[in-house]
Design a protein around this ligand. Structure first.
Ligand code: SF4
Ligand code: SF4
Length: 189
C-alpha cells in the first residue's frame, strides 16, 4: 500500500500514482488485527467502523492525502504494511518494466474514471463509498423499462465498464492475493 518512505524512490512513485489499494477501488475496508492497532489509529483521529469486537478502517481511506501519501504511515495497519499487489511484485521481480507498470496503473485509473463518470451521470455521487458499493447501489435498482433511453444506456455501459475493470484488476493487481486474506471486491458487479 501507499509507501511514503521507500523502499525505493521508484516504488514510492509507482504507488503514489496508483493508490488503488487505499482509494476504495481494490478493497472496501482494512481489517484491523488488534485493539492496539485500533487505538493507535484512533489517537491519530482516524474514524473506524466496528462490528462487535472487530474493527475496520473504511475505504476510501481517510488517511490518504491529495499527494497519494499515507498520513499515518508509521502507525498504518499491519495489513497495509504487508500488502503488495501483483503489479508491484511483477515490477520488483523485473517481469514488468517501469514503463509497463505505469501503463497498467494508468489504464486501471482510466477505467476507474470511466466508471465514476457513469456513476455521476446516474446520480451516484457519494465518493466516500467504495467503488464496489457505489456500483452495486446503482445496478441493484430495478430497471425502469419506460425510463429515459439515456439512463438505460448508461446503466448498460456501467455494467460493461465495471466488469471490464474487475477483470483488469483481478488479472494485474490481485492475481497473487492470498486466499486467506480478507477478500477484496470479488467483482465490481
Ligand atoms: S495497488 Fe499496488 S501499485 Fe497500487 S498503491 Fe497499492 S501496492 Fe502500490
Ligand atoms: S492507512 Fe495508509 S496505507 Fe492503509 S489504506 Fe489508509 S492510506 Fe493506505
Amino acid at each position: 500500500m501507499v509507501n511514503a518512505d521507500g523502499p525505493s524512490a521508484t516504488s514510492e512513485s509507482l504507488c503514489r500514482q496508483c493508490t488503488l489499494c487505499c482509494s476504495g477501488v481494490l478493497f472496501v475496508d482494512v481489517h484491523l488485527s488488534s485493539p492496539t492497532e485500533s487505538s493507535r489509529l484512533e489517537k491519530e483521529g482516524v474514524e473506524l467502523e466496528w462490528d462487535q469486537e472487530e474493527s475496520f478502517l473504511p475505504q476510501p481511506c481517510q488517511c490518504l492525502n491529495q499527494q497519494g501519501d499515507c498520513r499515518v504511515y508509521p502507525q498504518r495497519p499491519g495489513m497495509c504494511a504487508a500488502f503488495e499487489c501483483s503489479l508491484l511484485k511483477d515490477w520488483q521481480r523485473g517481469d514488468l518494466s517501469t514503463y509497463q507498470t505505469l501503463s497498467r496503473i494508468k489504464e486501471a485509473r482510466n477505467q476507474v474514471a470511466s466508471v465514476e463518470n457513469l456513476l455521476d451521470k446516474l446520480g451516484q455521487r457519494d465518493a466516500s463509498m467504495p467503488l464496489f458499493f457505489r456500483t452495486e447501489s446503482v445496478l441493484s435498482q430495478p430497471w425502469d423499462l419506460e425510463g429515459q433511453a439515456d439512463v438505460n444506456q448508461w446503466r448498460d455501459q456501467l455494467f460493461d465498464q465495471s466488469a471490464s475493470l474487475s477483470e483488469f484488476l483481478d488479472r494485474h493487481f490481485l492475481r497473487e492475493l492470498d486466499p486467506e486474506d480478507d477478500p477484496p471486491n470479488e467483482s465490481l458487479i
